[in-house]
Design a protein around this ligand. Structure first.
Ligand SMILES: NC(=O)c1ccc[n+]([C@@H]2O[C@H](COP(=O)([O-])OP(=O)(O)OC[C@H]3O[C@@H](n4cnc5c(N)ncnc54)[C@H](OP(=O)(O)O)[C@@H]3O)[C@@H](O)[C@H]2O)c1
Length: 301
């Protein structure tokens, strides 16, 4: 099958370029080849390529900046996915799109299911939710995969990379301990998406008994941590691998001690049972993936 990968230079996008490659002929496109604010260019790219599968890993991901750039965030997170979905419907392609835990308010104290009520707290979450809704309205042939707390070796930056840098530069750090979620390795997301892509491959779903599993899914690594727990784990695992750290102590602080322009969900855990049942496997435990990722990172950097 022909696969169009958008957002190919992002932290998840670069991992997807690897995991999707064995599944077909992949055209991986970044901002330089297609600026997603240009909706007509999106339509034209899809019309020309006529892919069977479109995977969108691109997004406006600057959560705090989005508070003052609503129009741009809306364009990239909602209008661009809407254009992708319309063009996908026109050429009979499936669209796999990545969304976020930020579509929820984080006020419920139990892992969120796909059918739970949404209620984004900020512009980023609102625009991502608008993107989901636009896709559902334009084509039933979609998979929306919500994930959370993503880190990896690729892309411009993430919490893990910031912690490693600060741990090398400073003796003391303060990290928020009253927001919890599931730290998730970008590579694990890319592997889950590749597994979903195999399930919707036309040749594999020829029998009506095996309807393609379109719809919305939650995928993160399993287990729960606060940002403080995640930071401590990063430093422990990095130190065990011989990473040079100057850091002596990490202090837990509250969200109120660390104000940001965008409000974050306090409890951001997603329930991954639906995708686990479909793929017949549990998501890896977050700390196991962290250890693997750091080993990988140390070997290659
Ligand atoms: N990071 C997280 O913690 C997290 C959590 C939950 C869900 N997600 C979702 O996961 C997906 C992947 O995120 P990520 O962490 O891989 O983010 P990322 O590293 O920021 O990647 C996003 C990519 O989108 C590209 N992009 C932005 N604006 C564009 C435009 N106008 N035209 C073309 N490309 C554009 C970016 O290009 P530039 O680098 O050139 O800007 C970047 O390569 C997104 O849907 C995100 O909402 C992420």
């Amino acid at each position: 099958m022909t696969i169009l990968l958008l957002g190919a230079q992002g932290q998840v996008g670069q991992e997807l370029a690897q995991t999707l490659a064995p599944l077909g002929k992949i055209k991986a496109i970044g901002r330089a080849q297609l600026d997603l604010t240009n909706l007509e260019a999106i339509a034209q790219t899809i019309r020309t390529l006529q892919p069977q599968l479109i995977v969108n890993a691109a997004a406006y991901t600057a959560v705090d900046k989005a508070e003052s750039e609503r129009e741009l965030a809306q364009r990239i997170n909602a209008e661009a996915p809407a254009a992708m979905a319309k063009s996908a419907a026109d050429c009979g392609a499936t669209l796999i799109h990545i969304s976020t835990d930020y579509v929820f308010s984080g006020r419920a104290g139990s892992p969120r299911q796909e059918t739970d009520e949404t209620g984004p707290l900020g512009v980023y979450g609102q625009t991502k939710l608008a993107g989901e809704e636009a896709i559902r309205a334009a084509t039933s042939q979609h998979i929306i995969l919500r994930t959370a707390w993503v880190y990896g070796t690729q892309g411009k930056g993430n919490f893990l990379k910031t912690m490693l840098r600060l741990g090398k530069e400073r003796e003391r750090l303060s990290v928020v301990s009253d927001q919890v979620g599931s730290p998730t390795w970008a590579k694990d997301i890319a592997e889950a998406i590749a597994a979903l892509a195999q399930k919707i491959e036309p040749s594999k779903t020829a029998s009506p008994a095996q309807d393609p599993p379109f719809g919305t899914y939650h995928f993160t690594n399993s287990g729960v941590a606060s940002w403080y727990d995640f930071a401590i784990a990063i430093f422990e695992e990095a130190a065990a691998l011989g990473y040079p750290l100057k850091l002596q102590s990490v202090k837990p602080i509250t969200t109120a001690d660390y104000p940001t322009p965008a409000q974050r969900p306090a409890y951001s855990v997603l329930n991954g049972q639906k995708i686990a049942a479909l793929l017949n496997r549990d998501a890896p435990y977050w700390r196991t993936s962290l250890r693997k990722m750091l080993k990988n990172h140390m070997l290659t950097s």
